[in-house]
Design a protein around this ligand. Structure first.
Ligand code: URA
Length: 249
């Protein structure tokens, strides 16, 4: 996989209330009262003015550095029954696993490439809007790999069908995808795009039903070291992954 390196943006001064609200400590409206308590210092001196412009690295909250002021990339191992939205009405959300403060960040953490409620595996959660766009853009071809349980064994003709670009009822066929049978009723699939319910629809197009769907890789990230339900902050080097579709370029 190639990667395209973006230059890290130098630290920028921001209003203190905006910084605290973006990192989930309080809302911008609450910031004045919140700062009055005296728990925030700038260069070691207590600061109570919400409109003070500060460099995030100079700020301490109750003695600790500001919580990920430049945004976060989190890798999470999704379990069955959880949902990738913030709407608790739809079921237990994947965000409920994370520290409470992160659920109040602005912009909010979102999943780059959601998984269905009944699917499991690797989710990339981030509050970097540009990353979500880059990693889900159909033009970037970021690779996603799934292990799938089916209602029947993989047939050899499906492999060629997937590789040739299946039609699944959209205005254009799918990009070429890699399909491999990996045991009884099991398949490994690599896609370079992320359409709604794509894996299930691709198997439906060849007459099979997906009984279990597990994502093992998303771009440069894998599930290595992540137990079901657990998460970790990704060390991300500022680059945006660009995949290569099999058979192209
Ligand atoms: N394809 C699907 O059908 N569902 C997912 O959750 C992800 C890919």
């Amino acid at each position: 996989m190639e990667s395209e390196t973006t230059t890290r943006v130098p630290e920028k001064a921001r209003r203190l209330d905006q910084l605290l609200a973006s990192c989930g400590y309080c809302s911008r409206r609450e910031a004045r009262a919140w700062l009055r308590r005296g728990g925030v210092t700038v260069d070691g001196v207590v600061e109570r003015a919400p409109d003070r412009r500060v460099l995030p690295s100079a700020v301490r909250v109750e003695g600790d550095p500001v919580d990920h002021p430049d945004g976060i990339v989190v890798l999470l191992h999704k379990t069955v029954g959880t949902v990738c939205t913030h709407d608790e009405g739809e079921g237990e959300t994947v965000f409920a696993r994370l520290p409470e403060r992160w659920r109040h960040r602005h912009p909010p953490l979102v999943a780059a490439g959601r998984l269905d409620k009944d699917a499991t595996g690797l989710l990339v959660l981030t509050d970097h809007g540009d990353l979500v766009h880059a990693w889900t853009s159909p033009r970037r071809h970021v690779a996603k790999e799934y292990v799938v349980l089916l209602d029947r064994d993989v047939r050899q003709e499906w492999v060629a069908g997937f590789a040739g670009g299946l039609s699944i009822g959209d205005d254009r066929p799918c990009l070429p995808a890699r399909l491999e049978g990996v045991g009884t009723r099991r398949a490994r699939v690599e896609l370079h795009e992320g359409r709604h319910h794509q894996v299930k629809r691709m198997f439906a197009a060849v007459g099979a039903m997906v009984l279990g769907l597990h994502r093992v890789r998303f771009g440069p990230f894998t599930l290595e070291g992540l137990e079901p339900g657990s998460w970790r902050v990704a060390t991300w080097d500022g680059s945006t992954p660009v995949g290569a579709v099999p058979g192209e370029g």
